[in-house]
Design a protein around this ligand. Structure first.
Ligand SMILES: [Zn+2]
Length: 129
């Protein structure tokens, strides 16, 4: 099992990586709730829900930590979920995942804001900055 990408909750520091995947609790505006499973590698897209739930493209979902139930939405970037990623070199960075379904964007945020993933990220970044 690769522990290359180790994510934790920025609020309670609970580990969010399981079996090489990232697991969050997700709710829809309809009130439906499921687990949202994400690929751990920033820039690799795709998700699934367990139990399965069909999501609409363009839908904005709320993501929560399954342990402390804090909303993981980023304060600075409302359309993104913010997680802490522990890198192999021991440093920590903040990773932002889009919580708009179908919008394939992930940003790695460090102090310099230097690493970007996803098409059109520059535009989005200037729009949310
Ligand atoms: Zn938490």
């Amino acid at each position: 099992m690769s522990e290359k990408y180790k994510y934790t909750c920025p609020k309670c520091s609970a580990g969010l990586s399981q079996a090489g995947e990232v697991m969050l609790t997700m709710t829809r505006t309809t009130g439906e709730k499921t687990n949202l499973i994400l690929h751990p590698q920033p820039g690799v897209y795709g998700y699934y829900c367990n139990p399965p739930l069909a999501l609409d493209d363009g839908e904005l979902v709320e993501c929560y930590c399954p342990y402390c139930w804090e909303n993981l939405g980023s304060e600075n970037f409302p359309n993104f979920v913010s997680l802490k990623l522990h890198k192999l070199d021991g440093s920590n960075v903040k990773v932002l995942f889009s919580r708009l379904v179908g919008q394939h964007k992930t940003f790695i945020v460090n102090e310099e804001f230097t690493e970007k993933y996803g098409e059109g990220s520059k535009k989005i970044l200037s729009a949310v900055s």
